[in-house]
Design a protein around this ligand. Structure first.
Ligand code: G3P
Ligand code: CA
Length: 285
């Protein structure tokens, strides 16, 4: 339904609807789907016992009531933590918002360890996407491998195993794929393509290195993922990437003037913490 909108820009919910709900929780992803996001972005890390979980930081300190590196904790340790309450305290402190804001996001983040606010495994997120797609709602998933070099291929191996289980590891070579894999690491993307050549990959860029200045990306990568900063400072770079045959997915775009800039430049996807607001703005442009 959403891609039948007037505009063709994919709106991707960054860590879920992460402005409203605690990032990388089921609550944030459910809200993003309900808000109409075309795709969901998530970061994945390996736990000490080999599970892929959706956590951005190396440590759980910022987004849970626990401490320690994800890589040093087992899934059972993470499952005992609360990944929701911090957001309530954060928003109350930042914006004076409390229960009303929580209700609008469809969850009570202060309530403890419901499934919606406990650690989210990639497997559970894939189930959510499968459930929503089975009900007729088309939603895609953009999965970012975090610190894959540390694990020498294990992150990609585990990821591809899971995708295979869901029948998502080998999309047709042409046409849209329900899943894409993103990384700042060209090596990680290379590993993914070596195992699954038709799975689209997104090369994330914090800055433009000399070897990519002409718009070319690492071999086999279809999609460029420049930081918003690059697009603001070098708007001509989007056209260069497109001339080189790449789609352009920009992160993280939250402010209306930046959404407008991205739309003017003809980017293919906007990755945002505010999917609802961005969709409303794009529909008006
Ligand atoms: O979508 C790409 C973007 O998420 C990369 O930055 O730090 O939010 O993972 P980060
Ligand atoms: Ca990310």
């Amino acid at each position: 339904m959403t891609l039948a909108r007037q505009h063709q820009i994919q709106v991707v919910a960054h860590r879920g609807a992460s402005e409203d709900a605690p990032e990388h929780t089921l609550a944030a992803y459910k809200k993003a789907v309900d808000d109409g996001a075309d795709a969901l972005e998530c970061d994945v890390r390996l736990t000490a016992d080999g599970h892929l979980v959706c956590v951005h930081d190396r440590r759980v300190n910022r987004t849970s009531n626990g401490r320690g590196a994800v890589s040093a904790l087992e899934l059972a340790d993470l499952a005992a933590l609360d990944f929701g309450s911090w957001k309530r305290h954060h928003n109350e402190a930042e914006e004076g918002e409390g229960p009303d804001w929580e209700r609008s996001a469809g969850a009570d983040f202060g309530a403890g360890l419901g499934e919606d606010t406990s650690v989210l495994t990639l497997e559970r997120l894939l189930e959510l996407v499968a459930e929503r797609n089975a009900s007729g709602r088309q939603v895609r998933l953009a999965i970012e491998t975090k610190h894959p070099t540390r694990w020498a291929g294990q992150v990609e191996e585990r990821l591809l195993m899971l995708l295979k289980r869901f029948g998502l590891d080998a999309p047709p070579a042409e046409g849209p794929s329900p899943v894409r894999v993103m990384s700042f690491s060209a090596r990680s993307l290379h590993r993914v393509r070596a195992a699954s050549p038709t799975l689209p990959t997104v090369y994330l860029m914090q800055f433009v290195s000399p070897r990519h200045r002409d718009g070319r990306l690492p071999a086999g990568v279809r999609i460029a993922g420049p930081a918003l900063r690059i697009v603001r400072n070098h708007p001509g770079y989007v056209a260069k990437l497109k001339r080189a045959g790449h789609q352009v997915h920009v992160w993280t775009v939250n402010e209306p003037e930046d959404v407008e800039l991205c739309a003017e430049l003809g980017v293919d996807a906007i990755i945002t913490n505010r999917p609802k607001q961005v969709l409303t703005q794009l529909d008006r442009l």
